[in-house]
Design a protein around this ligand. Structure first.
Ligand SMILES: CC(C)(COP(=O)(O)OP(=O)(O)OC[C@H]1O[C@@H](n2cnc3c(N)ncnc32)[C@H](O)[C@@H]1OP(=O)(O)O)[C@@H](O)C(=O)NCCC(=O)NCCS
Length: 166
């Protein structure tokens, strides 16, 4: 099911055949460098897709796959996730290396943020970013998410970037 459409991308729900493409992405050490869980194995990825699908079923939002409209290729993930510890809603983005540097992460995240505020009616969304992850910090800045503080999440010290409804 399509959730969001942008100029170049579709954000949709997970489908049975996605594990293969997802393994190419979550199995890449460079992609996973700043992701607390690190490089994932195929069984871990299959279990994670099930959890992400389950969150979507329960809440109507989750972390979704992002595909290229022209090719149908699964290039990454973007979406919303409720942090169990605090109840805050986090926006996440993660893409295959071949798709970096094209503006895809910002394009999808902009649509996801609009969904968060206009459809889910959230008042605030956070992004949690390792201070060394400059590419991700740039995405947050492009989305006008503002640095608030460092916080302890996923057993790591991460920068908290936030955007609140205008
Ligand atoms: C973080 C991550 C998503 C950023 O990806 P990205 O491609 O740099 O970010 P964007 O999609 O916003 O692209 C911006 C870049 O594309 C370029 N670009 C090219 N064509 C563009 C277009 N049509 N529109 C916008 N930007 C374009 C921009 O100039 C910019 O490059 P620059 O940073 O060298 O100036 C990516 O590095 C990644 O997946 N990392 C691994 C996972 C990860 O760490 N996730 C974040 C966890 S907090």
């Amino acid at each position: 099911m399509t959730i969001l459409e942008t100029d170049r991308l579709l954000v949709r729900t997970w489908m049975p055949g996605d594990a293969e493409a997802a393994t190419r992405i979550y199995g890449d050490a460079q992609v996973m460098r700043f992701i607390p869980v690190g490089v994932m194995t195929r069984p871990q990825i299959v279990a994670m897709i099930a959890r992400m699908s389950d969150e979507h079923e329960r809440r109507g939002f989750g972390l979704w796959p992002v595909t290229c409209k022209t090719t149908g290729r699964l290039i990454g993930e973007c979406g919303l996730h409720v942090l169990p510890e605090t109840g805050e809603v986090e926006i996440g983005w993660l893409y295959e290396r071949a798709s970096w540097g094209r503006g895809y992460a910002t394009e999808a995240a902009r649509a996801v943020l609009a969904f968060a505020f206009d459809v889910v009616r959230l008042a605030r969304v956070v992004a949690l970013i390792d201070s060394r992850n400059l590419a991700s910090i740039s995405v947050a800045h492009r989305l006008a998410m503002r640095y608030e503080r460092d916080g302890r999440y996923y057993d790591r010290d991460l920068g908290v970037y936030a955007k609140e409804i205008a």
